[in-house]
Ligand binder design. Structure first.
Ligand code: GLU
Length: 276
């Protein structure tokens, strides 16, 4: 009999805004999946977003999670891992799998880019005509080359089932930002591997990103986890709950004396009703 290994899950908030109910649900789902399987629940602060990152929020997040009644192991924040991002980017660069791009958003729009699953699909301007190397550039994945190297790939979502990697709705995404040695896609893929995460749990709004992450795992020789993309909480109008639409921050509810464990129980019930 094959005994499944205890899962390692994580919650990976970015300290550029306060946590709200949607974050609480993500943390609870990841926590409960780990605990139900006798595994580990990790907290990783994704703090590489330069000027938007506010260090004091990381401490607030820890207080929010404790208030919800969760326990976790904290792993190093992204800002301590820049060297590993740079090394992976160098390997991709040396193999010709990423190319420099100096296009601004306006230029990408002007080039007639089509909307994709994650914003506009890059129209390939800098792939056809390499930019002046002295200009600051981001580096994009050359999807055609990547697919030629990896061949067909698949990944498994605990709820949605087996998925064939399909990058057509994403295009040549940025892996190294102009101002940072990684983008979200590269950093999160490397970190999940480094932290031994075996079940990547996050909201369904990041479902498409997993096609990229699976591709990067193949290109960089990283272990392949399972995924669990949970349904998102919505407000009364059916819109995704987000802080910009006025969903109260967990810290505000905490300060107002609300019982966090009770809130966590309500979210668990709501999640059951969502069916995922
Ligand atoms: N830092 C990302 C966020 O806050 C994490 C996404 C993920 O779980 O991969 O949206």
């Amino acid at each position: 009999m094959v005994v499944p290994a205890p899962p390692v899950t994580r919650f990976a908030p970015s300290p550029n805004g306060r946590l709200h109910l949607g974050h609480a649900l993500s943390a609870i789902v990841a926590h409960d999946l780990a605990k139900a399987g006798g595994g580990r629940f990790l907290l990783r602060i994704e703090d590489i977003d330069g000027p938007r990152s506010r260090p004091e929020l990381a401490e607030e997040f820890r207080r929010d999670l404790a208030w919800l009644g969760l326990d976790w192991e904290e792993v190093p924040a992204q800002s301590t891992r820049l060297a590993s991002y740079a090394a992976a980017a160098e390997s991709l660069r040396a193999r010709g799998l990423i190319y420099p791009c100096t296009c601004s958003r306006t230029q990408i729009e002007a080039a007639g880019a089509r909307p994709g699953l994650e914003g506009l699909i890059y129209p390939g301007t800098c792939k056809r005509t390499p930019p002046d190397p002295v200009l600051p550039a981001s580096w994009r994945l050359d999807v055609a080359k990547a697919v030629a190297e990896t061949g067909p790939l698949s990944w498994d979502d605990a709820l949605a089932g087996p998925q064939a990697v399909d990058l057509t709705g994403l295009g040549d995404v940025v892996l190294v930002r102009k101002d940072l040695p990684a983008s979200y896609h590269l950093a999160v893929t490397l970190d999940d591997a480094a932290d031994g995460v075996t079940l990547v749990t996050r909201g369904a709004d990041l479902f498409a990103a997993s096609h990229i992450h699976r591709t990067l795992q193949a290109l960089l020789g990283l272990p392949v986890p399972r995924w669990h993309h949970h349904a998102l909480l919505t407000d009364d109008t059916g819109q995704k709950l987000a802080k910009r639409r006025g969903s109260p921050a967990l810290a505000e509810r905490r300060a107002a004396g609300e019982d966090g464990r009770m809130l966590a129980e309500q979210l668990r019930l709501q999640h059951l009703r969502l069916g995922t």
